[in-house]
Design a protein. Structure first.
Length: 335
């Protein structure tokens, strides 16, 4: 018997406020994250990944609003909560790590104080107890001499150490859900691997549900249990990680996977996706990927909104998902 998901996002639409007609940044987005598991949210820049995460956290910019849908955390509906109610959930129930830890930390305060302030605000600890908690968290994320480092400023930390400090800050109140928004993008490969191992270890120790946002399919393969692929504001494919890599069904997913360098592709051309993602005002009426898709059927794919078809271990927004064979590079389409 399956347990209820920790996070459940259903039919989420995020709109850009406009004097004429609101523009949909995302449409009908549905996701689930369970305790102890990781859902990867992938797609190229502009696909709506970060906006979705900000909506979950209640951190949407003023120019944006939630037009429809539901966001439930531990069974509690977040949409419609007051700012005060959301504030009590941030850090204690859900937390977020951003891309660049060095830019996310305040340069005028010590690292330890910034972590301790979160513990004081949300856990009600005294100044001394909060600093002890901050030092414990710096030690937990693998920063050597944590008591000494807690008294130092962010500019004395390397990029990897800043990201570890951000993880410490996110987890200082022991939340149930962690949202990681491309947390290794600004790091070199060696440090990236260390941060990924750290997140996996802490997830196991704390039974965290993790929403991992990335554009790196290699990171997806290493970190995720399930994957949701976003394109132009919609989830176009969702599957467990093994199914996604071995039996992907959406042409956009095929394009992403076809661009990964592998040893067995030596001497062969890479797959690529022609064209660019459509803007908010130029999205096709039907399938949003239709103008870039080698398998698109004129007057069908560009006119009719594709249903979200269910398969054994996946769901796909493509009218041809059951008939086309995508287990080859997009540059070598099936006849």
């Amino acid at each position: 018997m399956k347990t209820a998901p920790l996070l459940s996002v259903s039919n989420l639409t995020i709109q850009l406020r406009s004097s004429s007609m609101p523009l949909a940044l995302t449409s009908d987005v549905s996701l689930e994250v369970r305790s102890g598991s990781t859902l990867g949210l992938v797609g190229e820049s502009g696909s709506g990944k970060t906006m979705t995460s900000l909506a979950i956290m209640g951190l949407l910019p003023f120019a944006c609003r939630i037009g429809a849908g539901s966001i439930r955390l531990g069974g509690r509906e977040l949409i419609g909560m007051s700012r005060e109610e959301l504030s009590t959930l941030q850090a204690t129930e859900m937390a977020m790590i951003f891309q660049d830890g060095a830019r996310s930390l305040h340069p005028a305060f010590t690292v330890g104080r910034q972590i301790a302030d979160v513990a004081r605000q949300h856990l009600g600890l005294t100044r001394r107890a909060a600093m002890r908690r901050a030092i414990e968290m710096l030690d937990a994320v693998g920063i050597k001499e944590p008591a000494k480092r807690a008294e130092q400023y962010p500019h004395t930390f390397s990029g990897g150490m800043c990201q570890r400090a951000m993880i410490a800050m996110a987890l200082v109140c022991q939340p149930k859900l962690l949202i990681a928004d491309e947390p290794t993008t600004a790091l070199d490969v060696t440090v990236q691997a260390q941060v990924l191992r750290l997140i996996k270890r802490l997830q196991h120790e704390m039974d965290l549900g993790v929403l991992f946002i990335t554009h790196d399919m290699g990171v997806v393969a290493e970190m995720c249990d399930r994957v949701a692929v976003m394109y132009a504001g919609q989830v176009v494919e969702e599957a467990d990680v093994t199914t996604l890599f071995e039996r992907f069904r959406h042409p956009y997913t095929a394009g992403l996977l076809g661009s990964i360098p592998t040893i067995d592709r030596r001497g062969r051309s890479f797959g690529f996706i022609p064209g660019t993602m459509p803007g908010l005002k130029t999205r096709p009426r039907g399938c949003r990927f239709s103008d870039r898709c080698a398998y698109s059927i004129p007057a069908v794919c560009d006119e009719a909104v594709p249903p979200n078809e269910k398969f054994e271990n996946s769901s796909v927004r493509c009218v041809r998902a059951a008939e086309i064979d995508l287990r080859r590079l997009p540059s070598e389409p099936a006849a």
